[in-house]
Design a protein around this ligand. Structure first.
Ligand code: TMP
Length: 235
């Protein structure tokens, strides 16, 4: 595999072309942002840990029948992925009230939800990723109704698989964000990453935060929390 041109640089990752037109290389950076880019920082070795944690979850999900863009780990910070046409949506799944839901619903952080909630954000930096519902998604032709149904089905399966696994590691899956894309045939694949950057993980006993909220909320112990999550998953 030959690393080609930089195709895209995001807040936490760079994506490169390869000599295979159907495959891309992702490089995981240590850069961190919060509040739609208002806060910038670095989390030492985050890229290495997120590559490992994402690999762990993508392999777990593949074993459970979920189609993901993951192909193989190339180096400490690099992952080979399937090239997809990305759907401009962030799919958020919530099990416990936290983050933006605290303000929106006026419920205390940590309130358990009777059933999972699925939300959509439109991926648009200029607009600040506004929340959408399935009617907006269809009207804007971001995805068809069949695709929305499939994305919701996969997202709930991912939630169930991850919750079960994390329970055995004494971790609660509070909420998380997923992204999806289509291959040339229109098949939907889970994409992006699954890491403490885009999931909320709490210790099941103490509710200690083991995710990016430590950076967002200046709680300290950010690097230690990412390392702790990797240890719990792999040890
Ligand atoms: P929120 O409570 O801030 O809406 O976030 C819900 C979950 O989605 C949380 O695990 C963080 C994740 N998330 C991202 O990964 N990227 C984003 O841009 C947003 C808004 C949330």
């Amino acid at each position: 595999m030959i690393k080609g041109n930089l195709l895209y640089e995001g807040k936490a990752k760079c994506v490169y072309e390869t000599d295979n037109p159907n495959e891309l290389l992702v490089y995981f950076k240590d850069d961190a942002t919060a509040g739609n880019g208002a806060k910038h920082g670095t989390i030492q070795d985050k890229g290495i840990i997120n590559n490992k944690i994402s690999t762990y979850f993508f392999k777990l999900l593949k074993d459970r029948g979920i189609k993901t863009h993951f192909l193989e780990t190339v180096s400490k910070r690099e992952m080979l992925i399937r090239r997809l046409d990305m759907i401009k949506l962030e799919i958020i799944v919530r099990n416990i009230v936290a983050g933006s839901l605290v303000k929106r619903l006026g419920l205390p952080e940590g309130t358990p939800l009777a059933a999972p909630i699925i939300e959509y954000d439109y991926k648009s930096d200029e607009l600040g990723d506004p929340m959408l519902n399935r009617w907006h998604i269809m009207a804007l032709k971001l995805a068809s109704i069949d695709e929305i149904n499939e994305i919701e089905h996969i997202s709930l399966s991912v939630n169930a698989i991850m919750r079960e696994l994390l329970k055995a590691k004494n971790v609660e899956l509070v909420d998380f964000k997923l992204e999806f894309g289509r291959d040339k045939d229109g098949t939907i694949f889970l994409a992006d990453e699954i890491s403490p950057d885009n999931c909320r993980f709490w210790d099941a006993d103490t509710h200690e935060k083991l995710d990016k909220d430590r950076f967002r909320q200046d709680l300290g112990g950010v690097e230690e929390a990412y390392q702790e999550m990797l240890n719990r998953l792999t040890m």
